[in-house]
Design a protein around this ligand. Sequence first.
Ligand SMILES: [Zn+2]
Length: 444
Amino acid sequence: MRRVALAVLCGLALGIAQAAPLRYAITIEIDDGGEIVGQVTMSGVALGDWPEAVVRLYPAAFGADRLSVTGAWVEGEAVSFESVEATTATVALVATAGQTFSLTLGYRGTVPEFAQAGGYGSYARSGDAVVLTQAYPILSPWDGAWVAHPVFPWGDAIVAEVADYEVDLSVPAGWVVVAGGVEVEVAPGQYRVEGENLRELAIVLVRGHEVQTASVSGVEVRSFYRPEHDCAGRAALAVTADAIAAFVDRLGPPPFSTLDVVSVPLRGVAGIEYPGLILVGETYYNRYPLDPLFFPMIFAHEVAHQWWYAEVGNDQVAEPWVDEALATYTSGLYFAAQGRFAEILRYWESGYAAGRLQNRTAGIASPLWEFPGGSGYGGIVYSGGALFLHAVRERMGDDAFFGALRRYRDEFRWRLATGADLLRILSDGSAIPLDDLLKTWLGF
Ligand SMILES: [Zn+2]
């Protein structure tokens, strides 16, 4: 973990200001060659005494030209900015705790062809999809210091506070915009996207995709897929809708009223969650109906992240187990509703055993950097984390366990929680102490 901050100010800053909603007003133009030019104004209330602000440019982990800051203005006045490393820039925004601020950044970037894209390919273009995730400067969270971890090539890199978004997007002719939040085509090639309480805003342009829709538990679900994947695209919609219904039954109302599921090329990952939008690798649509356990698992898992990550956030780099264990365990509620819970339990057991063989030193609650190359990460953090939560549920009983998860939602909705917060709420809700389970499974 690396933090960019003046440590001397940290003590003064803690606990002074309440989080106020952040706002992002963004304009983005993208051309046929994948060049993007944009401007973002982020505004809100300073949460501490800030000598500077830290913004992240996540796509630059795979090349500084992928996304970079071209100018910075505070209240209309040009201010200096500096690249600390490709994904992290500081901006001369001086603010005291509780003061409102407005920071405007110009930026530009190049969206690579999928074959040249690094990582999972979640910032990449192909013949029928342009995936623009984290395609703008994102303000780091402040927790007494700026949270700015290095970007690792495995796991999820982003740690962000929720914000309200207004985006004006200009795209080449022939593309349809699909976004987290609600998108409206206001003129040919001109889209307006709006969303509230989004931890980030993902945008995908598709061309020639089919769409199927469903309405479930107050959520309008859309499944976008290539025409040749009609069966898989419909199955994706059905699993997503059934998962939402199963989760609402145990966890309470859905965080968002819209959810888009979009099939795109991805590599090294089956699906990726964003607020109001899920990306799923089209490889899995090709293989459908093979993988009768794994195919629905992808959608159930990413849907669960709408509760754990999008609504209740956490530091996905320092404590990836917090949202991954919860999302994995929550996905089991979908399988339970299908009468398949024993199947998913066996999958977690074999996954955890395999993960521990791959990585003998990391545990369920280890940070991302203790899984070099991603070794053992899924088996230990996801499957092991789900088994830990299953043990807790069996100890507490269903009413107490799901009651505690609903309280965790209520207390940390649209905030960043820690593993300690989750464990405190579970322990407080349990009639029988959980200490031995925490020791056995998490080593605490
Ligand atoms: Zn996940």
